[in-house]
Write a protein that binds this ligand. Structure first.
Ligand SMILES: Nc1ncnc2c1ncn2[C@@H]1O[C@H](COP(=O)(O)OP(=O)(O)OP(=O)(O)O)[C@@H](O)[C@H]1O
Ligand SMILES: [Mg+2]
Length: 523
């Protein structure tokens, strides 16, 4: 592919300097193709894969077209979510940092409107807003659109999907006709074209053509699971692949809250993000995620579009998304700007058909994957511990500890044995801290408990085996209390709390018969 330099475009020195500082060496294909048209004043529909720099594709020429001598609003960028509005504003501020006199303001719901009104009064040329809040300012006449010469609909298709159509049309109608209208997204479904016809003039449809709609550097996998083993499978995947940052998508707010609690209970450093949270909570969570002070963000589709956090190297679809576009955008939170990434979708029963539709739509193959076994997970844990150990040695500053070791060497221990013993202590502790087995409460069934235990397939306990309580001293089978379910090396059974300890010890010792409990093999 021909690489295009930013220097070959009509970009001002000030913005070029910022581009260099941001480390953008060459323009991405969408930037190379869209920027010249935007400079010429043409309307553009830009479709390019996730994470390929669409923001700068409209941002660079937009900023260079602002008249810094005029303090009126000259450009309006509409964004489907608050987080995205903030992010785009940040990127534009970065790009314009050497250009004097350009003021950029995000305006979104959830933030005190007075603060925004004050900032608008001082004069800003570029606003990035969610449609609802922009409408609100229009109604209050705190936002004047009479000098606007550029409008950008970022994630245009999503804003229509969210039911912002009326708002968007109203905003577009209120902006002077003599303007440039730009629409960007990784997906451009049909309904967008209507909007285009109505509000754009001879738009250039720039589609960075690729065989597939998703980014090729994202490895895409699916795992067939049972609903009740999802949490376990997810934990295993996280432990095994050990991503820097992960984003986990659920289909509803309630699912986000539930999963978040379960992950936190298992010791993961996770936070949630969805539309029922207050804006300050949302801001705090995003801040923690961006800075890496939490590893996992569990979110609804509110986080699916546009968000750019560079260290996200895995995306999990805890639930398969309802539509194909969402799949594209969700997994697009990883593998950005050419980085590698992995995407995993947990598929239950008929979800597999949805997955087939997604593959057809994106023209990609999602590869089936087995759940990593417990020993795989242990191996990666051990490896990462050894890596950590080397780091600690390289960092130095061990004087205090070497003195302790020296004392022991005087007592005739070898340093090799001492190191091995320490490692054993740490590893065994890690395993004990691990999530191999235990009890879990079952929502809506307070008297029951879910037992999960790590016994291999080689064991005598098999799926469908019946767990029964033996009646009294007779040894006669009594009531049925549970059925064994096996997922990979994990065995699950839901039993009344009173029997839990006994069932656990029978299963652990691989006994088929016990005092009060028996486990009958499946026939
Ligand atoms: N020319 C470039 N060279 C290197 N990195 C770039 C370049 N342009 C943009 N980037 C970086 O690539 C990342 C993704 O850019 P951006 O968020 O604009 O993607 P996008 O195409 O809008 O994706 P999405 O569809 O998910 O919204 C950002 O971190 C951005 O700073
Ligand atoms: Mg974007």
């Amino acid at each position: 592919m021909i690489q295009t330099k930013f220097e070959e475009m009509d970009i001002s020195r000030e913005i070029q300097k910022a581009i260099d500082e941001m480390g953008f060496e060459e323009a991405t294909p969408i930037q190379a193709q869209a920027i010249p048209h935007i400079f010429k004043g043409e309307d553009v529909i830009g479709q390019a894969q996730t994470g390929t720099g669409k923001t700068a594709a409209f941002g660079i020429p937009l900023l260079d077209k602002i008249d810094s001598g005029n303090k009126g609003v000259q450009a309006v960028i509409l964004s489907p979510t608050r987080e995205l509005a903030i992010q785009v504003a940040e990127e534009l501020k970065e790009l314009s940092k050497y250009k004097q006199g350009i003021d950029i303001l995000p305006i979104y719901g959830g933030q005190p409107i007075e603060r925004q009104i004050k900032a608008l009064k001082k004069g800003v040329q570029v606003i990035i807003g969610t449609p609802g809040r922009v409408m609100d300012h229009m109604r209050r006449r705190t936002l004047k659109l009479s000098q606007v010469k550029m409008v950008v609909l970022d994630e245009a298709d999503e804003m229509l999907d969210m039911g912002f159509r009326e708002d968007i049309e109203k905003i577009l109608q209120d902006i002077p006709q003599d303007r440039q209208t730009l629409m960007f997204s990784a997906t451009m479904p049909k309904p967008i074209l209507e909007l285009t016809e109505k509000y754009q003039r001879n738009p250039k449809f720039i589609k960075v053509v690729h065989k597939e709609l998703t980014v090729p550097n994202i490895e895409q996998y699916y795992l067939e699971v049972k609903e009740k083993s999802k949490l376990e499978v997810l934990s295993r995947l996280i432990d095994f692949y050990n991503p820097n940052l992960s984003l986990i998508f659920c289909n509803t707010k309630k699912r986000v809250d539930e999963l978040l609690m379960q992950l936190q209970a298992r010791g993961y450093s996770a936070e949630g993000l969805h539309g029922d949270m207050s804006q300050s909570q949302r801001d705090r969570v995003m801040e923690k995620f961006r800075s890496g002070s939490i590893d996992i963000l569990v979110a609804t589709d509110v986080a699916a579009r546009g968000l750019d956090v560079s260290d996200v190297d895995a995306v999990f679809n805890y639930d398969v998304p309802q539509n194909e576009e969402y799949y594209v955008h969700r997994i697009g939170r990883t593998g950005r700007a050419g980085r590698p990434g992995k995407a995993f979708s947990l598929v239950v029963g008929r979800d597999i058909y949805k997955l087939k539709d997604i593959q057809k739509y994106t023209r990609t193959k999602i590869v089936r994957k087995d759940v990593p076994s417990q020993s795989d997970v242990e191996e990666t844990r051990t490896n990462s511990l050894l890596e950590k150990l080397k780091e600690v040695v390289d960092e130095g500053g061990l004087g205090k500890y070497t003195q302790l070791i020296e004392k022991l060497i005087e007592e005739d221990y070898t340093s090799m044995d001492l190191a091995a013993a320490l490692l054993k202590m740490v590893l065994v502790k890690e395993q004990e801290d691990g999530r191999e087995e235990g009890f879990e409460n079952i929502e809506g069934a307070p008297e029951m408990v879910r037992l999960f235990i790590n016994i291999g397939r080689s064991q005598k306990i098999r799926p469908g085996d019946i767990v029964g309580a033996i009646a009294g001293e007779t040894g006669m089978p009594g009531k049925l209390i549970g059925t064994i379910d096996i997922y990979d090396k994990f065995t699950f059974v839901e039993v009344p709390k009173e029997y839990a300890q006994d069932v656990l010890s029978i299963m652990k010792n691989n006994q088929i018969k016990g005092k009060k409990i028996n486990i009958e093999p499946a026939r």
